[in-house]
Design a protein. Structure first.
Lengths: 668, 87
């Protein structure tokens, strides 16, 4: 068995190389089939079915009954492949589908996400990863428990791990539902459970071992899917097939066009109309519930006043408006507030794309970048991955590989945004409505891109476009004039991104519960079989709960995900860093620091989001900017006034610092 | 206690290296972002420099920085004899 295993590890390059080749061949064959008349819907189904089947097959082949395999993939994952696995573990549905759109909308200020979600790996590399590997256990609460002695620190760790991971998991499951429903035309709720099946076969049988090898396979698909459309787009627009280099000149074109649009009279007219619209809606919201009745009466009167020979279209339009009218004042308030905010946004001046701090002020942009970085270095599902490499040395370089593979996608995302913005400014804005490109109406039908002739001049103005950020990545294949097979590839990539992250998160949550809570705290005598059975059961239960919550489509989820970073930053980062870098940090200090850091962060988040609390104008998304220093200072101060940690614990810290004597392969 | 002094020296060198890495990290992200409006006036590879730093420059530096750190630490391990045993 051991021999069989090592031949697998030795041949990883060959195996995944072949896998990549076969996958590309598969895409080409589908492309030829499409050319010969295969229907798009069938292509979508084939893509998703084949990829999920591949992930499931890897999961089944990697099944295991060994604890070390289940929790840390036997610590045999080479640095390079752990980097790939971390890459797909890290890049979620949001990174893949929404990030380019966020950049499209936020211009320079959106780069906070690009820098924040990559710069955190530097912190991970120098402060945490090699030391956690030297420690060499199974989970992050394991480290807290060992360093700060006793179950209390471990319990706080379990709480923080679940708090940060669960909301994030729901967002991934939602992403799976959106992708499957959009490309397969099945209802969202069914899509969620189809995807869930894919996640479960992977992680349940083989734990970390299965998740690792599936994530590598998923990385390959997602990166191919991400790079292909934008490269073609770049070649078509600029003649340079490297989008990351080519978009420099595009940025300058965008800037020039935007300057024209800022002074354009028609644009000003449309913005004025939006402003009026926002005011009208505002008045209507204030006059609720009377305004709703009035609206209904008006429509009914209009319908009644319609002459008998009026065109059917007109009648239908009024009937439809009546039908879509909110049923209750509460519903009306929600709907109209949303419409008012959109109108307000559309009424705003165009902010130059490359101008810094036009949409977010400097303090908020820097604070957000910082919180995302520290949060990245504190997310347990990422930290856990560095337990799986064979040595401390590998842990160090594996962080480099991780960032390299993430970098490939992140430095392409701004290119996506720039090409899309250029396309919209050049070929969409200023066109007459009938001559708009085909993709506009195609994505309009699914509600991701909408145009409305506000001033009735028959020409599309920039301010007449509203779009959902997801459309940037999803529509690029069509904008670039690529066949449908590439759109299917993008869907498969998005699905891979969502599934791989969901796998990692699910494992983190179920391990926290089964290993840390059950085995370490409740029943240390549990047999291996029992531990693994409990772990697997919890995995299924957690997945089902996440899917169930996802079916409600709560709008708060997006915000909660952003919060996860601040929570991870304040909850884990100080305790882990101090635990390694300061021998004097005591148990009481660490526990107090974690609780206060998390407490202040949660307090500001909720206070700022719901009750108008405001410290220095910082937005709730960057709450850790307050919680993090509180955590560090508390740990430092309290350590001064509590008895120093025992000699044993200090020796433990020493041992973590020097690579010599690291456990190679976890035996059990 | 030669051993102990050696270990301390190792840790101090590690700390110095960590400081260097953190200073570079800070400059390419925060200093560059702070002065982005000014940097945007400079053109670099056809990009406004402020934008370039946020979208690519800082990222490239991060990747190089981590590999640089890993290589330096591996050397340090050998220099002080605290490297892992080979299998």
């Amino acid at each position: 068995m051991a021999k069989e295993r090592s031949t697998f590890i030795d041949n990883l390059g060959k195996i995944y190389g072949m896998y990549t080749g076969v996958f590309i061949l598969f895409v080409i064959v589908l492309g030829i089939a499409e050319y010969m008349g295969l229907k798009p819907k069938f292509i979508g189904w084939t893509f998703l079915a084949v990829t999920i089947a591949v992930y499931a097959a890897i999961g089944i082949m990697s099944r295991t009954a060994k604890v070390s395999e289940y929790y840390v993939a036997g610590r045999r994952v080479p640095a390079f492949f752990n980097g790939m696995a971390t890459g797909s573990d890290w890049m979620s549905a949001a990174s893949f589908i929404s990030m380019a759109g966020a950049l499209y909308g936020n211009g320079y200020d959106g780069l906070a996400y690009i820098m924040g979600w990559t710069g955190g790996y530097v912190l991970l590399a120098v402060f945490l990863a090699p030391y956690l590997r030297k420690f060499g256990q199974y989970t992050i609460p394991d480290f807290l428990g060992a360093r700060y002695g006793g179950n209390f620190a471990r319990s706080v760790g379990i709480f923080a791990a679940i708090l940060a991971s669960f909301t994030y998991l729901i967002a991934q499951v939602t992403g799976v539902g959106i992708i499957t429903s959009r490309f397969l035309g099945i209802p969202f709720n069914v899509g969620v459970f189809v995807g869930l099946g894919g996640i479960l076969v992977c992680s349940m049988l083989g734990g970390m071992r299965a998740v690792t090898w599936t994530q590598v396979a998923q990385y390959i698909i997602l990166i191919l899917a991400y790079l292909t459309p934008v490269t073609v787009m770049s070649y078509k627009t600029t003649g340079i097939p490297v989008s990351e280099i080519a978009y420099g000149q595009i940025l300058q074109k965008i800037d020039a066009k935007e300057k024209d649009l800022m002074l354009d009279k028609k644009e000003l007219e449309v913005r004025e109309l939006w402003k009026k619209r926002a005011e009208e809606l505002d008045a209507k919201i204030k006059a609720l519930p009377a305004s709703l009745d009035e609206e209904k009466k008006n429509l009914e009167a209009k319908l009644a006043a319609l002459p008998a020979d009026a065109p059917a279209k007109e009648r239908e339009a009024i009937e439809k408006a009546l039908k879509e009218l909110p049923k209750t004042p509460d519903e009306a308030k929600e709907k109209w507030t949303k419409a008012r905010d959109t109108a307000k946004g559309q009424a705003k001046n165009i902010n130059p794309y490359i101008q810094p701090f036009a949409r977010m002020d400097k303090a908020n942009m820097l604070a957000l970048t910082f919180c995302l970085m520290v949060g990245t270095a504190g997310l347990p599902h990422i930290l856990m991955r560095y337990y799986t490499v064979p040595s401390v040395k590998d842990a160090r370089s594996s962080v480099g590989w991780s960032l390299f593979f993430i970098f490939l996608l992140y430095f392409t995302a701004p290119a996506y945004a720039a090409f899309a913005r250029n396309e919209i400014l050049t070929n969409v804005v200023g066109q007459s409505f009938p001559s708009l490109p085909g993709w506009v109406s195609a994505w309009g039908k699914v509600g991701l891109f909408s145009v409305k002739d506000m001033n009735g001049d028959g020409i599309l103005q920039f301010a007449e476009i509203t779009l959902n950020t997801d459309v940037i990545v999803l529509a690029t294949p069509e904008i670039a004039g690529l066949p449908y097979v590439i759109a299917g590839l993008v869907a498969a990539g998005g699905l891979a991104a969502a599934l791989s992250t969901a796998d990692g998160l699910l494992l983190t949550i179920s391990n926290s519960l089964s290993h840390d809570l059950y085995y370490k705290i409740i029943n240390p005598k549990a047999s291996i079989l029992r531990r693994l059975t409990i772990s697997r059961t919890l995995l299924v239960v957690t997945a089902l709960i996440a899917a169930y919550v996802a079916t409600f489509r709560l709008t708060i989820i997006v915000e909660l995900v952003a919060w996860a970073f601040s929570l991870a930053a304040a909850g884990f980062f100080p305790a882990l860093v101090m635990g390694i870098w300061s021998k004097k940090t005591t148990k009481t200090a660490a526990i107090l620091g974690m609780i206060l850091g998390l407490g202040v962060t949660l307090f500001y988040m909720i206070g700022n989001r719901f009750y108008g609390l405001n410290w220095f104008g910082i937005k709730h998304i960057s709450s850790a900017i307050f919680g993090l220093p509180v955590g560090f200072i508390t740990m430092w101060l309290v350590s001064k006034f509590t008895p120093a940690p025992s000699k044993e614990l200090q020796d433990f810290v020493e041992s973590v610092r020097y690579p010599k004597g690291a456990v190679r392969v976890a035996e059990e | 206690m030669v051993e102990k002094e050696k270990l301390e020296a190792y840790w101090n060198e590690n700390k110095r290296l960590t400081w260097i890495v953190m200073i570079i990290w800070f400059i390419v992200t925060y200093v560059a972002a702070f002065f982005a409006p000014e940097l945007n006036k400079i053109s670099f590879l056809g990009f406004p420099l402020g934008y370039y730093m946020g979208a690519q420059g800082s990222l490239i530096v991060f990747v190089i920085l981590i590999f640089f750190y890993a290589a330096r630490m591996n050397n340090l391990d050998r220099k002080y004899g605290v490297e892992e045993e080979e299998e």
